[in-house]
Design a protein around this ligand. Structure first.
Ligand code: FMN
Length: 203
């Protein structure tokens, strides 16, 4: 059992990042962490979602998952973010969530959170690293500690070898091209371990 609390926070339109987040939830539990799986608020109009079958199905599949709030960030020692690429950047839904944490940031409660990010894109070089860097830029402002996977396990090479965070390519059919489940699990377990060192070394 770990004393680290982990929040896995995702946005997903086509289901990929929902799946990555579920694997992350599983891995954090396997590491003995208490876990909250959380989505960020959808900002798109319902009519737009309804016109896209995959998007509608993802919203439906995530219906029972609670929406992330400041209290979840405050609660967590480790934060795992999972987000699709949007023109090499964060989706506005995640950006909106981060941008509404000004109060939490001002109270010093974002400091020393151990964070790690995962992403997906349609193309093998479609902006994965840039998306994670955008996330990590905000995390530096939060005073968070970034736990990038680097090349800390051979499993990462089979998953595309992105040292910034697990990333996966999504085909036209919406399915993941690389098998990244083990890379996600390695990344999350490593993040929980680092959060343990930070939390318990600070007592
Ligand atoms: C507005 C928009 C911008 C996108 N920009 C990119 C991009 O720059 N590069 C890329 O490879 N894929 C891009 N995509 C594809 C998404 O990244 C891809 O559909 C997503 O990673 C799938 O994740 P999800 O199933 O969790 O929604 C874009 C999609 C949308 C809707």
């Amino acid at each position: 059992m770990s004393n680290v609390k982990t929040a896995v926070i995702f946005y997903s339109m086509g289901g990929t990042n929902l799946q990555l987040a579920k694997w992350a939830e599983e891995a954090a539990k396997e590491a003995g962490s208490e876990v909250r799986l959380l989505k960020v608020e959808e900002l798109a109009p319902q009519s737009v979602i309804d016109a896209n079958a995959a998007w509608k199905a993802t919203v439906e599949a995530a219906k029972e998952i609670p929406t992330a709030a400041s209290e979840d960030i405050e609660w967590a020692d480790a934060l795992i973010f999972s987000i699709p690429t949007r023109f090499g950047n964060l989706p506005s839904q995640m950006k909106q969530f981060l941008d509404t944490q000004g109060g939490l940031w001002a109270s010093g409660k974002t400091v020393n959170k151990v964070v790690s990010g995962m992403t997906s894109a349609q193309n093998p070089h479609g902006g994965q690293e840039a998306t994670l860097l955008s996330l990590y830029t905000s995390m530096m402002h939060w005073g968070a500690i970034i736990a990038a996977p680097g090349y800390t396990d051979p499993v990462l090479f089979g998953a595309g070898g992105n040292p910034y965070g697990t990333s996966v390519t999504v085909g036209q059919d919406g399915k993941m091209i690389e098998n990244v489940e083990e890379a996600v699990k390695h990344q999350v377990k490593r993040t929980v371990s680092i959060a343990e060192w930070v939390k318990n070394g600070n007592q």
